[in-house]
Design a protein around this ligand. Sequence first.
Ligand code: BGC
Ligand code: BGC
Length: 684
Amino acid sequence: MKFLAIGIFAVATGTLTHAGIKGSVLDESGAPIQNAVITTRTLPSLLSNARTLTNEKGEFDFDKAKLNAASKKSLRKRGQSLIAHKTGFLPETLSVVPGQNCGNITLKRDPIENRIDELMANMSIDDMIAQMTQAKAPNTTCGGKLCGSALEGGGAYTADFYTKAWNHKIPVIYGKDNVHGVADVNGATIFPHNIGLGATRDTALVRKIGQAVAEEMWAAHIDLNFAPAITVPQDERWGRVYEGFGETAELAVNLGTAFVRGQQGDHNDAEWRVITTLKHFIGDGATDKGFDRSNATITDKDLYKKYLPPYEAAIEQGSMSVMASFNQVNGVHQHVDSLRLTGILKTELGFDGYVIADWEGIESSTTPGAAGDYSPGLVTGITSKEAIRNAVNAGIDLAMVPQSAEAFVSSMKELVASGKISKERVKDAVRRILRAKIRAGRIDNPNGPSAYVGVTSNIGSAAHRQIAREAVQKSLVVLKNKKVLPFATTDKIFVTGSHANNTGLQCGAWTKSWQGGFDEIPGATSIQAGFDEVAKGTRVATAEEASSIVYVIGETPYAEWFGDYRGDDFNNKIINKTDGKVAFRTTDSDIAQIKAWKAAGHKVTVVLITGRPLPITSLINAADAFVVAWLPGSEGAGVADVLFGKVKPTGKLPHTWPKDAKQIPINVGDGKKGLFPYGFGLTY
Ligand code: BGC
Ligand code: BGC
């Protein structure tokens, strides 16, 4: 009664007091629910979300400061709603006004929990441990039982995996890094890497891409995607910058969510839905000096404002899997970080899906690996078994152990038998995995949605290639144009350069191999071939005959730490990976070439293939026009579409572009003035 009176009083005095909101959350028997998550709902951009948890009496008191700070627009002006949710229960959405006492909110048990109970009733502890294990395909048994899932890394693919693993009550799901298409499958559509999609700013397009990738996944019998990366890369020296949509949380929130919706529908309602994996939790893009798998120094404020919102947004859309990161946050390896995995992700955000380890990531929390030799925060001097105990107790539910599945299973058996990992923890992990499989439709329909499964005509279909071509068109960012573009169909154009006619280079890494390379990608159209398709007859074979020259150059492909640059002096150099190591080649010869062409009366347009902004000011200065194409993927004709003005350029920089290497890292809001600001992009 007292509460109610306060509530009415606050309402009566209006929103000017910005009073808080109170209430209690109970289950159907009237028992209080502790740690129910109360969130303000501000979709599509969850950047201004506010959140609180219920106490042991089930009560929450959303204090006004929190509400005001977070919900200026949403709660005070419109969309006045709160969501109350808790793992195991159906969420409740409430309409609220500031100052309200919501009274008792009853959460109903989610019927999915009964289904999980039924499935688990027949499972032994050994079955459950196998369910927590992700082996390397085509293997599907873990400790003699069916594994929960299997994966293959970049470059490998088992076409008939499903025949061994799908026709079971609980299918063994098959995970791949389809980060820009089912890129290890011949003839697949390869979409631009995420950095290019960030330049499009187009959520509807990214949603279409998510669906197209899901359709190609089903055609190839893959039902689990290790994507999207919703990292917020801060340092251009990091070798994984291109895997993220851009340097702001906003891009990861909006485009990451769009991709999840495309892959799964809204809250898993699409027939073609696959399981998406949000990665890498958390702070992978924030490591000191951009060293992959190293330590990230992150303040709580940045954690909540910059790195967490993309997870919150994509989870709210129904993404059921989160991959732990190889990096450390303030010295704590993310595979053993109970504060962030269990405290923040599972409790504060109320994530009810599963947390998957990265590739031998549990082991990497204790043993410095190929990339981790310089990592300062490893818990060295402990056994693998102790690392498993730490990781599972911290919140890892599914172990990606392609090289050590059997060892994981036997260690787990011992750890559970000795009580070092509780049976409750194991059951919770398995419930999370089964929840994901049920929501993905994999239990009701173990053979997959028949309209899509094995429909190989979906792989690289004309419709999907058209979506990818549109993505290329919209991703191009014109940085400079001294009256060269658009070309006319009467122009004579010489298209040349290392990347002009090489589809491997234009697709980048995670295409037909982990690191990517120079090999042609089956079914792809090179940038040069695209000219012939778009403006037949304009292309000439030598510089002499040309009015304009298109010089297509750029980085050679790299993945993960192979793309790190561990120094700061790479002014006017382009990253050139040789023998598995990052090397640099200077742009001096490119600049000399451009000058020679210009002296001979030609106009020169540079098209740059790159996974990140590079400090190449002299190269940009030398060219008459400069276009960044990122890593465009298989539909190279999208470049000519824009250069001929068939489609106007609309791409905007997803990263601030540095003037020189000393400015790196450079990000919007840090007060540094780059060569081009975040969001820059010319049109014509
Ligand atoms: C990468 C992940 C990837 C996994 C499986 C790891 O090395 O960090 O992004 O999903 O391998 O290939
Ligand atoms: C990487 C994986 C990759 C695999 C390719 C591993 O070392 O971490 O991401 O897919 O190699 O074989």
